[in-house]
Design a protein around this ligand. Structure first.
Ligand code: ATP
Ligand code: ATP
Ligand code: MG
Ligand code: MG
Lengths: 162, 163, 163, 162
């Protein structure tokens, strides 16, 4: 399960913010435009999302806090996600993924503190059952897409869940 | 995990039929393998109570959301992922269907972690942990968290739709 | 009606700026002509209060719905069509924004006819005429109609989301 | 304004049903799957919609009531829409459009009672300001499409409203 999510400089989260999740049902609530879907996108970003369109962004640079009245744009966005595995049977008990992007375009990933490549993050996440085609994230407005999928796409979702 | 596709299809298929029975009382649903133009795939079929089998596209917006959620929940029951992040998936559901959906989520919550993003009160009421997101006049978002004893009555704000 | 495009753009543009002021208090909006790859077009720009100009795609679901509705209402004010048929357009709006939207609809209702399809109580409460649709166990839909004196309090059914 | 809508055999409206609309705000309410959007699609169909996809139908035949438990499919779908113009200045005071489709595939249109072609219906509707690209109908799930439109498409909407 997801244990924590730390964000700073990501979209509307200029200030560092940390969410500590519990078991069962966690609910994120707030007015339109407050930043709820930005939290969801921080999770997708930490999971390795490479397509800006999936983060509603024209380009990946647009995920950096770009300023507000009396508040300057930031130079770096960083998100850390903590996962607790069930442990045992050779599965890692704890996984911490950090992704970072600077306005200059420098991108970086860390796995349990150590610098690594995107591929290492993707492999580690795959052993936890979190892959790009997983149904585990349904974005705003996308719920009906499951019904509209092609038979081959739906099959791929089942293959991935296995 | 070199599991056969037939095994996954069978496990998820059974759960899907079960969940459809809960979300569409009196209705029926199944997942069926198909081969189209040489490509293997699966199709979802649901017939709500008192209706006849028709193309999924002819179902209503709320019914199609419920079918999609039944599929997601069936996978969660058969082959759970570490967590499920659902952003405003209940928008098209009327009150009765929303409560049925939340009922199934609560049943699974013992074994599965859910992150639900919402502006609807019935969903807020199923929370074990609640996070309130707000944005100040300077365009910066903040988060406040509360762990709950399943009693978030006091938390209704004007922007949360009650039901 | 051989009206110049500039004339229409100006009329709708003014109304759009006005409606955005009502739906996004403290915010600003305009419609701007552009030429992309030799093709003439218009773009919509809205900056909610306390935020900076950004691509429309970066706005939230509720904010984008409100921008689209502001555009529709601006056209309704400047160049009204015989009626406007809106099917569950308020799904992404929180309670505060829904009431702002309905406030503008009520203002225009003196001159413009609206047909709103909904399962939300605040929308039901703005009705002059109300139609209830139901489906029996035989898959056949029925309609019941009521003309109202703007007091449909009693009509809340369990599938209508109250607010 | 729209004065009335009569449906029979159209989608879930096996039985003849008539809605008499008033000025101002008319609200259609009901549970999921009760038939509200089917009413909207009956209006679109009477306005001359030629694409089944815009009516959620695989093919145009799918708008005929196809049966339910203890209820046979119908052989014909017919929708009549009454429009009251503002009158005066050479504009028609009243316009009644009827569209009909049989299971055998026979399609027919009537304008104020008289048989006519689709083109005649489209012309008559155009003089009332009701065209295919008009914003006057926003289908379920389509509200955000306005924002996502190309600049040229948005311009066409304004041209049409003129
Ligand atoms: N790079 C950025 N820098 C600063 N603010 C941003 C950035 N990207 C997006 N935003 C702001 O974040 C807001 C959108 O937040 P978000 O989509 O999370 O809202 P939400 O709470 O999900 O709302 P809704 O209930 O309408 O879905 C927008 O108003 C936008 O201006
Ligand atoms: N040709 C047809 N014959 C009979 N029933 C049909 C036909 N086409 C669609 N239906 C039925 O109509 C129902 C959908 O109705 P509709 O989309 O109008 O619901 P709705 O009231 O808009 O619901 P929601 O609130 O979920 O949007 C479906 O359950 C479908 O089975
Ligand atoms: Mg959102
Ligand atoms: Mg509908």
């Amino acid at each position: 399960m997801l244990t924590r999510l730390s964000l700073r400089g990501f979209k509307s989260f200029a200030e560092p913010v940390e969410l500590r999740f519990g078991p069962g049902v966690n609910v994120i609530v707030g007015p339109n435009g407050s930043g709820k879907s930005n939290v969801a996108e921080a999770i997708l970003w930490a999971l390795g999302e490479q397509r800006p369109a999936r983060l509603r962004a024209p380009g990946m640079q647009d995920v950096l806090f770009s300023g507000g009245p009396g508040r300057q744009a930031v130079g770096v966005a960083e998100v850390t996600m903590g996962l607790a595995g069930p442990g045992g049977e050779g599965r890692p008990a704890e996984l911490e993924v950090t992704r970072r992007l600077t306005r200059a375009g420098d991108a970086g990933y860390r796995l349990n503190g150590g610098r690594c490549r995107l591929l290492d993050v993707q492999d580690a996440l795959a052993t936890h059952g979190l892959g790009p085609r997983s149904l585990s994230v349904i974005r705003q407005g996308q719920v009906e897409a499951v019904c509209a999928s092609h038979p081959a796409e739906l099959r791929a979702v089942l293959d991935e869940a296995a | 995990v070199a599991e056969g596709f037939d095994e996954v299809l069978d496990a998820v298929g059974r759960r899907f039929t079960e969940v459809v029975g809960l979300l569409f009382p009196g209705g029926e649903g199944r997942i069926r393998p198909v081969a189209l133009e040489g490509e293997d795939g699966v199709v979802v079929e649901v017939v709500p109570a008192g209706k006849r089998p028709r193309a999924l596209s002819l179902l209503s917006g709320g019914e199609r959301s419920l079918v999609a959620l039944a599929f997601c929940l069936a996978v969660a029951m058969a082959r759970p992922a570490p967590f499920y992040l659902l952003d405003e998936v209940e928008a098209a559901l009327d009150d009765v269907n929303l409560r049925r959906f939340l009922g199934v989520v609560r049943r699974l919550a013992g074994d599965t972690q859910f992150l639900l993003i919402t502006h609807q009160q019935p969903t807020v009421e199923t929370a074990d942990t609640l996070f309130g997101v707000t944005m100040g006049g300077n365009g910066v978002s903040q988060v406040l968290a509360r762990r709950l004893d399943r009693n978030p009555e006091g938390a209704a704000r004007p922007w949360v739709r009650r039901a």
